[in-house]
Design a protein around this ligand. Structure first.
Ligand SMILES: N[C@@H](CCC(=O)N[C@@H](CS)C(=O)NCC(=O)O)C(=O)O
Length: 241
């Protein structure tokens, strides 16, 4: 029995976490049967989702989950890519997950209005008397990361420019293909489309959806990946919903 732990649809996205969306897609690319369950971050050493249980084996982090099943099944999710394509694929994944997501997180966690209609939901199970302190501490540590990387020191116009350069690179690679490397989806499609879905939600007041919409091929691609892999997705309903 394989179980993917994460969160289902929230904030107008298939999951609030692009990494959970990515793994949900990649498990399907492997052709695996799996259950979906709510993550309990306190129960795992890295305190992050997604994580997977394969029987009694725990695998944490979307990258290691992919590697685990590639090894177990003897099947890679980028088998059809040439070596230079594999290099580009990895670089695009890292750009989307490590750079573009900084903007996604900034919009949701740092802007008060967005935080109060979105991520605040994660704290509703905290005891009422301590809740505000926990919220303030969490937002402060998110802000410290943005200050530390320098992302949070940019003006909004600079953040938009940085995101646009990323989106332009993805749009150029995609061109008029159905998937990043041709007619068949491969591993990086899971990662990159998950980040695009996270940018495209109009649940938040953010320049991000408009930025992606400048590239109609990206919008169509995100929709294509969603209907291919996420239309039937069944997650337990979170108690806080
Ligand atoms: N590198 C990890 C990133 C996972 C990650 O950052 N997950 C976030 C949700 S988007 C999380 O669990 N955050 C909870 C926390 O940091 O407390 C992966 O690819 O799985």
């Amino acid at each position: 029995m394989i179980t993917l732990y994460g969160w289902g649809p929230m904030f107008g996205c298939p999951s609030p976490s692009p990494y959970v969306i990515k793994t949900e897609i990649q498990l399907q690319m492997f052709g695996l049967d799996f259950d979906r369950a709510m993550a309990d971050l306190e129960s795992v050493p890295k305190h992050k989702a997604p994580y997977v249980m394969d029987g009694d084996r725990l695998i944490e982090d979307s990258n290691f989950i992919r590697a685990y099943f590639e090894d177990k099944l003897g099947k890679t999710l980028d088998a059809d890519l040439s070596p230079p394509e594999k290099v580009t694929a990895w670089a695009l994944e890292r750009m989307a997950e490590s750079h573009l997501t900084a903007f996604v997180g900034y919009e949701r966690w740092i802007k008060d209005e967005n935080f109060n209609k979105g991520p605040i939901a994660f704290f509703m199970a905290a005891p009422e008397p301590m809740r505000q302190q926990i919220i303030d501490d969490s937002r402060q540590s998110v802000n410290a990361v943005h200050q530390g990387t320098g992302f949070g020191r940019h003006s909004e116009a600079d953040r938009i420019q940085l995101a646009d350069w990323d989106l332009m690179a993805i749009a150029m690679q995609l061109g008029d293909q159905n998937f990043l490397f041709g007619d068949e989806p491969s591993a990086p499609d899971a990662s990159v489309s998950a980040v695009l879905m996270s940018c495209l939600t109009d649940f938040f007041d953010s320049p991000l959806p408009g930025l992606v919409q400048k590239y109609p091929n990206l919008v169509a691609y995100a929709e294509r990946m969603k209907s291919l892999y996420l239309a039937e997705s069944k997650w337990p309903v979170p108690e806080m919903a």
